[in-house]
Design a protein. Structure first.
Length: 203
């Protein structure tokens, strides 16, 4: 493993990891196409993470409810950690491991998509959410740190970032979020879905 100097070495670490990460474009392109098909049919995206990964999950939902680059219809996307009253009540009554799983039961429907972000791929509350979602008929996608990890194994598909630090993993998760949004918008354009009726995206 390459040892980088402090501070500026972080840029070098990110550069090295980004080179290998570029091959992930095919995953985010496929996810964007599938997500466009799901959301234009009235489906929903649920997303969750802990700490910095929660911020990344909320970034993704904001781009879908709002917009990424150009104006387009709003789509249903919920960051499960953002409802502090629900998360704290569930944690208090059922335990921290249930904070996302219970919300998946409440908001998820068969055919919806759950995106889970974790640098470790080992967070118990995300693993519980993945199990709950798959049992309920949702499609589960995971963005994690290096493979193998439990969340990768518990998801339908995963994008695993090979990087030596959690900070660099999170930075590349943000790149993946933007790539997913690019692919989503491109799929809408391809299916005339940017301003037209739902259900016109072709995958």
């Amino acid at each position: 493993m390459t040892v980088h100097p402090p501070v500026t070495g972080h840029c070098d670490e990110l550069r090295d990891a980004l080179g290998a990460f570029r091959s992930s474009a095919r995953i985010t392109e496929r996810w964007g196409e599938q997500l466009a098909a799901t959301l234009t049919r009235g489906g929903r995206l649920l997303a969750a993470g802990n700490g910095g990964s929660a911020a990344q999950a909320q970034h993704l939902t904001a781009e879908l409810v709002g917009r990424y680059r150009d104006d387009r219809p709003a789509f249903s996307a919920i960051a499960l950690h953002a409802d502090t009253s629900s998360t704290t009540a569930i944690a208090n009554d059922y335990g921290v491991d249930a904070v996302f799983a219970r919300q998946v039961r409440a908001h998820g429907r068969p055919g919806d998509v759950l995106v889970l972000l974790s640098t470790s791929g080992a967070s118990a509350n995300l693993l519980s959410a993945a199990d709950t979602a798959r049992a309920a008929g949702l499609r589960v996608w995971a963005m994690t740190g290096p493979a193998p990890n439990p969340l990768m194994a518990g998801s339908d598909e995963s994008l695993c970032v090979e990087a030596p630090s959690a900070a660099t993993v999170q930075e590349l998760h943000l790149v993946a979020v933007h790539m997913l949004c690019e692919a989503f918008d491109a799929a809408l354009d391809g299916g005339n879905g940017r301003g037209g009726p739902a259900g016109r995206v072709v995958t």
